[in-house]
Design a protein around this ligand. Structure first.
Ligand code: ADP
Length: 481
């Protein structure tokens, strides 16, 4: 489980939940207050009072008009049944309704009160309708009633909508949307940060459990600089793992070499102890042999002595292998060393072509000159032997990061799978040339110089070896730190 990512998300939620709640609370209470100040309530009360007042005023005017009519103070407009066709439509509508009397508003914006009633002009005579009119003295009842109705409609529509709930809901929705919008990038960033850390933890745990080959994905193209601290930590882990693995491999090789050397030293000692008396005894036997029987004896002694000499050569090689060479580091120009070694080998292999590809940018190295000479001689000698007459050997030098690299390629048959498997390990062969110790000695000398020897793909179809040596500047800087 990605605990770091979960923690980052929880931290975000914890950090934002309080301001979120505070914003909702402050905004809704402000909303409450502003709604409290709203004029809707006032408008409601005012419109109701006005409505009552208008109704009372209308009622009073009606009563006043009626009193005037009853007291004969008002003059009617009379509509006799005989002229029915000429009546205005409202008067005719009143007559047809069968009502005894009717009040109504008339005039522009309803500023007059009308009163209609029936009359009867005596027995047998025709009746009609009397219409009275009263000026409301500027009070525009019609307009007032329309405005009051509109105000009531407005108040009722505002009251029917729950503004507080609507505003609160909108606010909550907006805040939640903003919250979720900021949570999404946070989850992405948390994932980006936590994934390499998780990898790093897994890598370190694996390392602690002995899995030294594990490297972490830096998630960027090779050679480009890391983007952030996490990227730098991943890079540092990979570098540290590389260095530790290299150091361990060197240590393993040097330790094995040390035990082989100790074995070689003892074997050389024992062999030398036995070979000397054998040689002396055989020579004594030859001297004591009568002259008549010497021919066979001379031949036998020659064979034995030659075998003893061969064994002694091997004993010397063993002693050499067992000896720890003195390391006197000095600043060396590998180009000059390669040139010198090739010049020395050329006469011994006149039918082999030696070519050089020396790069002037190759840094100077700090190493023991004799060790490096030994390494180069061994590689060049092996290459020349493998290439044979008519073959080619190329020696290349170049800068390889902070190191100097020397490569030796040959056009020989290359290395068999068997030879590759134990190439840098000492093997004892009884071939005419070589003991099978050269490459293992060269490898330890390279390791003692802070460098290494590895196999690389050959340019000429045969074997190829690369020697790397730390540059003098880097070796000095490391020694100083
Ligand atoms: P030796 O003293 O026998 O040369 P080395 O350790 O130098 O011992 O080499 C070990 C063996 O590796 C050699 O015997 C040879 O079989 C093989 N070898 C080394 N270099 C080359 C090469 N350039 N091409 C083919 N085989 C090689």
């Amino acid at each position: 489980m990605n605990r770091l990512r979960t923690r980052l998300i929880l931290a975000f939620l914890a950090a934002t939940i309080l301001p979120f709640a505070a914003t909702v609370w402050i905004t809704t209470s402000l909303l409450d207050r502003s709604l409290g100040y709203a004029t809707t309530g006032e408008l409601d009360r005012l419109s109701r009072t006005l409505e009552t007042t208008v109704r009372q005023f209308y009622q009073r005017e009606r009563e006043a008009l009626k009193q005037d009519v009853d007291a004969g103070r008002a003059v009617p407009v009379k509509y006799a049944d005989a002229d029915l066709a000429a009546w205005p439509p409202d008067v005719r509508a009143f007559r047809d309704s069968g009502e005894a009397e009717r009040f109504g508003l008339s005039g522009a914006n309803g500023d007059h009160l009308d009163y209609m009633r029936r009359f009867d002009s005596g027995a047998g005579a025709m009746g009609g309708v009397e219409a009275y009119r009263r000026d409301l003295r500027g009070v525009q009842m019609g307009q007032l009633t329309a405005q009051l109705r509109e105000t009531r409609r407005l108040v009722e529509s505002i009251e029917s909508r729950d503004l507080r709930r609507g505003f609160t809901l909108t606010l909550l929705l907006l805040l939640a949307a903003a919250w979720i919008a900021s949570l999404a990038p946070l989850i992405y960033i948390a994932h980006r940060i936590s994934q390499p850390i998780q990898q790093l933890t897994a890598g370190l745990t694996g390392f602690a459990d002995g899995d030294w080959s594990r490297r972490l994905d830096t998630g960027r193209s090779a050679g480009s600089a890391p983007r952030d601290e996490v990227g730098r930590a991943v890079d540092a882990f990979n570098r540290m793992a590389d260095q530790l693995q290299q150091s361990r491999e060197r240590l393993v090789h040097l330790t094995r070499m040390a035990s082989w050397q100790s074995l070689a030293r003892k074997t050389a000692h024992e062999l030398k102890n036995s070979l000397t008396p054998i040689r002396l005894t055989v020579e004594e036997m030859q001297a004591r042999q009568p002259a008549t029987d010497r021919a066979f004896m001379d031949q036998a002694v020659q064979i034995v002595v030659s075998e003893i000499e061969s064994l002694e050569r091997r004993v010397r090689a063993f002693s050499e292998f067992a000896s720890e060479p003195p390391v006197n580091p000095e600043v060396l120009d590998v180009n000059a060393l390669v040139q010198e070694r090739v010049a020395l080998l050329r006469p011994a292999h006149p039918d082999t072509t030696f070519s050089l590809r020396l790069d002037r940018a190759t840094p100077l190295v700090l190493a023991g000159a004799d060790l490096i000479r030994g390494i180069l001689t061994n590689l060049l000698q092996n290459a020349a032997e493998a290439a044979g007459a008519g073959g080619t050997v190329i020696a290349i030098t170049r800068r390889d990061g902070d190191q100097a690299a020397i490569e030796v390629h040959d056009s020989g048959p290359g290395l068999s799978a068997e030879a590759r498997a134990t190439l840098f390990e000492p093997t004892i062969t009884f071939k005419k040339h070589g003991m099978g110790l050269g490459l293992s000695i060269a490898k330890s000398h390279a390791l003692l110089s802070g460098g290494d020897i590895t196999l690389v793909p050959g340019e000429l179809g045969g074997a190829a070896f690369r020697v790397t040596l730390p540059s003098a500047a880097l070796a000095r800087a490391e020694a100083a730190s």
